[in-house]
Each structure stands twice: as C-alpha cells, then as structure tokens.
Write a protein of this length. Structure first.
Lengths: 383, 226
C-alpha cells in the first residue's frame, strides 16, 4: 500500500529537535562502532604484521609458544629433521627477543623488539626487507623500523647522514639501513638482525634454539599431506602448522586470551545499544503521538505491514542521514590515532558497508519493537 | 424521506443486525437489537450517554468482535470473517469520528490522499482530494497543516477523508459536535450529498439537533434496544 505521500520524511521533519537528537545518537553509535572495529583490526593486524611478512609454507613453533612477545624456543634440529623429508626444499629460522635500545640523542633506553633472521635468507616474503637483511655484513649491523615510536629518537633523520651508532642491551650496534613495518600494541619498535647479531645481543640464549622455524616446500607439494607427514615425523616438542595458522593463532591469542577482545566486544555492544535506543526513542515517540491517527488508518483498511514499512522507512532515513556524519568523524579519529600512536588504522570498504548494515539492522529491530504498541491497539477505542 | 430512500426497498440492506447483544463484563449494553440500513438511507441514532450508541458503531465497523446475534455489513457476516477479511470490509466503510485524527505532519490534501492509498492511482487520488475538499469549502486550505487550521476545518478534512473513498457505508459518531453552525451545515450537506450521489448508507450517532433533518429515519437507543 503506497499512499504516494512521503509520510516518513514529513513526520521526521516535523520534530526537528527530536530528529537532531536521534541523528546525533546514531552518529555517535556509528563513530563508536567504526572506531572500535578500527582499533580492533589495527591491534590484530599489527600483532601479525611481522608474521605476515615471513616467507614460509609451513612453520614450526614450540608448544609453549604463547604469542610474539612471549615466545618459546625449540631446537633447530627439528628443522634439519624436517629438511630431510622429501618435499621440503629449504628451511630458515627466526629468533625473537626484547632488549633496551638507547635513544642516540637522549640516551634513554626503551625496549625494542629484536628479530634475528637465520643466515642464508629466505626469511621474509617482503623483497625489500630480504634484500636489506642480506646486506648486513657484521654482527653489530641492524635494520631499524623507520615507523617505530619517536621515543627511540630521530634515528631515521640521523640515518640520512650515514649509519647510526647506538646500544642495545649494552652492546654497541650500528643501524645501517631502514625498513618499514610500524609499531604495534605489543612493540613500540622493531630491529632486524642476522642470527649472529641476535646471538651477540642475547648471549644468554643457547645457540641452536630458535623461536619460529620456516619450511619452504617444493613446487606442487600437497600442503595438507606434508603437514600430516611432518606431524608424524617430528616429536611433539614442536607444533607444525601452516603460515596462515600461525597468523590465526596469534590473532586468537589477542582476541581470546587478552582482555582486548572482551573490551572491544563490550564497546561494540554499547555502541549498538546507543544506536538502537536512539532509533527506538524517536520511533516509539512518533507512534505514541500518532497512535490514534495510525489506528484511524488501520480502521479504514491499512494493514499492520504498512506501518511496519513506514517505521522501517524512518529507521532507514535516520541511519542513512546519521551514518555519513559518524563515518566522517571516525575518519578524523583514524587519522589522529594513526599519527599519535603510529599504529595504522585503516578504513576498509567492507567495514563501511558492514557497519552501515549492522546499524540498519539494529534500527529495524528498534522499529519492530516500537511497532508493538500500535499492533496491540484496540481499534474500538477510536470512537 | 428523500428520493434515495424511496428506491431502497429494491436493494438488499448494506447493514443488517439481527438479535445483536453485547455486554461489557456482566453489564449488558445492547439487547437483541435488530436494524437494517439500505443503500442511500441515512439513519440517525440518538440516546443517552452510555446507551450503547458507540458500541453499536464499533460493532458495525468491524472494530469490535460480536458476542451474540448476527451482523451483516456489505453482504458479509462479520462473525465469520478473519481479521484480514474484516479489514477488507472496513476498507469500504467511511468512518467519521468525533475527533479528526489527522496526521499532523501532512497537509489537508495529503491527509485526504492517504485514505485512498492502494485503491486509486495517485493522480486520481489527488484530483478526488481536491474535489472533496472543495465540496467541504476547504479548497483554499489544501496545503495547510492541521496545526494551522481551526477545529472546524480539521473536522471537515476528516469528513472529506471519509467521503472521498466513495464508501458504501458511512459510520459517523458526533461528526458536528464541536462545529459552528456554518461548518456543521457544510458537513451535513456533504453527508447528504454522499448518500444521494453514492447511494451509500449512513448510520449516524449524534445528539446534535442541527442534524435531525438530515435523517431518513431517526431511532432512539434505550435499554440496549432501538
């Protein structure tokens, strides 16, 4: 039933103050959800940024491994055992540690994440990192993440004049090149070293122990079969998984084990409730004020579904008017947060569309709830 | 008696109540009431407050469930109808309530057009709305919002809304109660014209003596019976 009159629009426009409050509520809800999703995505992205750059078909880790800041070592003999299995073309290893890096200007120490890549390369899929890593000649030479937090000092600026001497854990080092990765919620900055360089920075670590083993398979090798074969062949002091499974495991740790996942979900829920309440408030007020008018229309033959459609139209109008405002505000927050934290927040098309859809669904639910009163109206009360 | 009524015996009644009874809790309001209203006939019902006039209207309008007796409206036995079918019957009834119940965000014209949704193409609905408002002396108020209109004008828009749908039955409850003489006369003539032109039956509940000469039959409801 289409009356040919834009009833939803006219009724919303009739109460400008109430409309403004509802739009503000939905805009704030959009802002909350978009920011929450941005922060969450940024956290999980940054948590696996390093791992995503690793070059591996299959990885080995210790069963004691928790996450990148709390890794656990296993013997590199497992890598050599794996190499003996037909189908494994080459191996590489990664060592992970945290040590204080001295700011070359202020001489204040701040913990930096140290990644030691095995000699021989083929550790990173990122060609630029790999090329620069192979250019390291001496154990005291390091690559520094140019997008690390500024508290480490103006290393990128100093580097323009040549290598930057400083100290890591009281060991003299020289930053001889830069790479770009970005800070994360668990690491303010990162340096890449060769395994010799890593051993020099962490002399207490036993030689022969690695944190992540990287296996490169020959072309056309069936990965699931190889995974099963490696699991049978290797002792249970290592876990065998695909590269993607390692990334998923790292994200799962952040989502499930740390409070971050719960906090993000809570903020998402609260933001959604704010949106729902904003829409419900205006729609239910509208129905309460026009109850007799709507009941009159019902009496002359308008079905309930017309009023449901009318309510949905209002919910759609409210969401569509408020969402762009929330979106623009969230872009401002993304921009500011990226520049303040150096942890990149990226807005994706999928997120823009999905948050709009979530809000629309929430608005429709609010509309259905608001409709209950009209549905239960006793038409005989009209006379 | 007007000319329309002289013709009516040839036509089946639009509204036919037989032994209709209705109680609120254990208080009977209508008792074995029987009534026929034929096309073009204007039946005016009077009675004391609480006599059951409004209950009779709500039963005839399929707005309330029938407890006892039979009630046929537009040839359909209301007792046997599903809610969707009752809604179809209501679609052919013009309701005029004591209060106008206009949507305040819509203009007079839009309110009238709204009543024809799904029944008449939009262009035709607009044309009819203009004609109906003109008949009720409101052609100059077609773009006015209810808040900018007097109570009498609002009620006349509500009457236009009921008549423009060309109903086969009009149920009206004190349609002129709050109107001045001029507005009341306009409404009275509009109802008379609708009954004559559309041959629609009218069941009108009122205390307003200004409407008494409109009636083909005047009935008094007392003790639940006519």
């Amino acid at each position: 039933m289409n009356p040919g009159v834009p009833v939803a629009y006219l009724q919303l426009r009739k109460q400008p103050r109430r409309l403004f409050i509802a739009l503000a509520g939905i805009a704030m809800s959009s802002l909350g959800i978009l920011c929450q999703m941005g922060f969450e995505d940024s956290l999980f992205r940054s948590a696996t940024r390093l791992f995503e750059e690793l070059s591996a078909d299959i990885v080995l880790i210790s069963p004691q491994y928790q996450f990148m800041v709390l890794p656990a070592q296993f013997s590199d003999r497992r890598l050599y055992q794996a190499l003996a299995i037909p189908g494994v073309e080459s191996i590489a290893s990664v060592r992970l540690g945290i040590a204080p890096l001295k700011n070359p200007v202020t001489h204040i120490n701040r913990n930096v994440y140290v990644v030691g890549a095995s000699h021989g390369g083929n550790v990173f899929a990122n060609a630029d990192w790999e090329r620069k890593l192979r250019s390291l000649r001496e154990p005291d030479e390091l690559l520094f993440d140019a997008r690390s937090r500024p508290e480490f000092g103006p290393i990128a600026e100093l580097f323009r004049s040549g290598s930057v001497p400083t100290e890591i854990g009281n060991q003299r080092v020289r930053i001889v090149d830069m790479f770009e990765m970005g800070a994360s919620f668990s690491a303010d900055g990162t340096v890449l070293a060769t395994d010799e360089g890593f051993a020099r920075l962490f002399p207490q670590r036993r030689a022969g122990l690695v944190d992540i083993g990287l296996l490169h398979l020959r072309p056309n090798v069936n990965v699931p079969e190889m995974l099963a074969g490696l699991r049978r062949a290797l002792p249970n002091d290592v876990l065998v998984m695909t590269h993607q499974e390692l990334n998923d495991r790292e994200q799962k740790y952040w989502r499930g084990t740390t409070p971050a996942g719960f906090i993000f979900k809570t903020v998402l829920f609260i933001s959604l409730v704010v949106g729902c309440v904003s829409v419900y408030q205006i729609l239910s007020s509208d129905i309460a004020e026009n109850l007799r008018q709507y009941a009159t229309l019902k009496a002359i033959g308008y079905p309930d579904r017309y009023f449901l459609k009318l309510t949905f139209e209002k919910a759609w109008l409210l969401t569509s008017l408020a969402y762009p405002v929330g979106f623009l505000m969230s872009m401002g927050v993304y921009f500011a947060a990226t520049h303040l934290t150096l942890v990149p927040l990226v807005m994706t098309s999928l997120r823009i569309v999905s948050v709009y859809a979530i809000l629309l669904a929430a608005a429709f639910i609010a509309g259905v709830l608001a409709m209950n009163r009209l549905r239960n109206t006793d038409l005989s009360e009209l006379f | 008696m007007n000319a329309a009524v002289d013709m009516t015996p040839e036509f089946p009644p639009v509204l036919s109540a037989r032994r209709l009874s209705f109680s609120y809790a254990h208080t009977p309001v209508l008792r074995n009431l029987s009534l026929d209203v034929v096309p073009g006939e204007i039946v005016l019902v009077t009675g004391a407050s609480g006599a059951g006039k409004t209950t009779l209207l709500t039963l005839c309008g399929a707005l309330r469930s029938i407890q006892e007796g039979e009630l046929e409206v537009l040839g359909r036995n209301l007792k046997e109808l599903a809610p969707r079918e009752q809604r179809e019957v209501r679609g052919s009834i013009g309701f005029i309530f004591q209060s106008h119940h206009l949507l305040d965000a819509l203009t007079a014209g839009q309110n009238v057009v709204m009543s024809m949704a799904g029944r008449v193409p939009l262009a035709e609905a607009s044309r009819r709305a203009e004609a109906a408002l003109e008949m009720l002396g409101l052609s100059h108020r077609i773009d006015a919002l209810p808040e900018d209109m007097s109570g009498g004008e609002q009620q006349r828009v509500a009457v236009a809304r009921a008549l423009v749908r060309e109903p086969r039955l009009i149920l009206a409850d004190e349609p002129t109660a709050s109107l001045d003489d001029i507005s009341a006369n306009i409404v009275k003539e509009a109802i008379r014209e609708a009954a004559r032109r559309l041959s629609c039956a009218v069941l009108l509940v009122t205390h307003d003596a200004r409407l008494f000469d409109l009636a083909d039959r005047r009935l008094r409801l007392a003790n639940g019976a006519l």
